[in-house]
Design a protein around this ligand. Sequence first.
Ligand code: OAD
Length: 248
Amino acid sequence: MNFTNDLIESLIKADKIAVLTGAGMSAESGIKTFRDPDGLWAKLNPEELASIEGFMRNPETVWNWYNERRKVIAMANPNEGHIALAKMETLYSNFTLITQNIDRLHQAAGSKNVLELHGNIVENHCLRCKKPYLEDIDINSKILPVCPLCGGKIRPSVVWFGEQLPQNTLFEAEKATEECQVFLSIGTSTEVYPAAALPYIAKNNGAVVIEINPRMTSFSNEASFVLNGTAATVLPELVKSIAGKKNK
Ligand code: OAD
């Protein structure tokens, strides 16, 4: 892919970068997105599987669905895009990676400053007393674990529809977004708020906003640059184009 001089210049000049990633970031690691034609929400109902009401109605169904996702994620490896972002972080003194993904693949690739807006699939906690559940999970068991302290139902520590995002994490994400000179929006449909507001906040604060996505999104027309390709193909080339020219 050919990048314009303006785009490369903006990345070389910047010292504060914020990045937002969504499910498309992990698509090439074999993890399905949500809203693509073959995405999870094409066949499954998010209200049943990703809401507190759905969990209260059918806790085992929801728990087992997360176990299936745990199995897929356990088999997945970071792709070239994750690796390129970890490399990119080393080029900047101020680099914040904000992710909606729960798969921990950014950390597995070596990214350090990661803000998980929607929690993660590795940790669990008690629905009733909110304490972390620290026992190992048997991903093949269909039985929902209960809290050893209060007997409450155990749930994955992900953010479901209708739930508040972790407020400190959101605050840090908004701060990094407001302060950055370049903001990258990668592999997200920019449909789910408050995460979807971040590219707009960056733009309104004067940042250059670069979108990386093989498809147009509701944000594409607002972006300073749209790189029409996949995360694992575009990011390595992009990082190669700035490495060597960029002094921390
Ligand atoms: P979506 O499934 O809504 O969007 C995925 C985006 O990734 C789409 O715009 C695709 O075009 C793009 N895409 C697909 N393959 C790609 C690739 N290889 N490289 C780059 N982009 C690619 O996923 P999110 O925007 O992450 O929340 O969805 C946001 C939230 O909605 C998720 O965190 C989840 C979901 O419901 C909850 O479960 C609370």
